[in-house]
Design a protein around this ligand. Structure first.
Ligand code: COA
Length: 169
């Protein structure tokens, strides 16, 4: 299946307190995918964690939801961790991975971030998580191994200039 074959992939901002789509995406992820996202075994999302993930405000904490035929299939978010610095995380339902949805989410998220004063991005990735490594390095995160995890920060790269490595300055 290709992204085009999926039909319309709709992206929209998650609303505050909207837990159902987050739960739906989590339910559609394998134990491995959950571990790659949360760095720990997660048989279910504890209620406080789910509530925190839905506690978006459009400024300090922003989440974008991707849906196909009204089915939630992916989420990308950032949390502002210092002035102008955002930590990025994302997940795509197993059956919809490798189709470009993660790329679409990250592009939309970083466009929103840039428009809201974010100049640096930060992320943590499990070693061997190649799709995630590619996504975050493309937007400017400079990863290095720290105590068994790849983590780092870097200047947010403008989407149109990512290939040339130009930051927003
Ligand atoms: C990481 C994740 C969100 C990527 O979403 P996705 O929709 O599968 O990503 P895309 O299809 O847009 O592909 C992103 C990049 O990974 C590459 N890629 C996709 N699947 C791949 C695979 N199996 N092996 C190697 N590279 C792969 C793509 O070619 C693309 O790279 P490019 O931009 O250089 O061409 C998704 O795999 C996922 O949810 N993983 C589990 C949770 C996770 O790891 N979250 C990230 C923690 S921050």
């Amino acid at each position: 299946m290709t992204l085009t074959a999926l039909g319309v992939v709709e992206l929209r901002r998650l609303r505050r307190g909207e837990t159902a789509p987050l739960q739906a995406v989590f339910d559609a992820m394998s134990p491995d995918a959950r571990a790659q996202r949360y760095f720990t075994g997660m048989p279910r999302l504890p209620t406080p964690v789910l509530d925190a993930l839905a506690d978006v405000d459009g400024e300090r904490h922003v989440a974008l939801l991707a849906s196909v035929d009204d089915r939630p299939v992916g989420v990308a978010r950032y949390v502002v961790v210092a002035p102008g610095v955002a930590e990025i995380a994302l997940e795509v339902a197993d059956a919809f991975q490798g189709l470009g949805i993660g790329t679409r989410l990250v592009d939309a998220l970083t466009t929103h971030a840039a428009a809201h004063g974010i100049r640096r991005v930060r992320a943590t990735v499990l070693p061997g998580n190649e799709p995630s490594r590619r996504l975050v390095t493309r937007i400017g995160v400079q990863l290095s191994m720290v105590k068994g995890l790849l983590e780092g920060e870097g200047p947010l790269l403008r989407r149109d200039l990512q290939a040339a490595g130009k930051s927003l300055g």
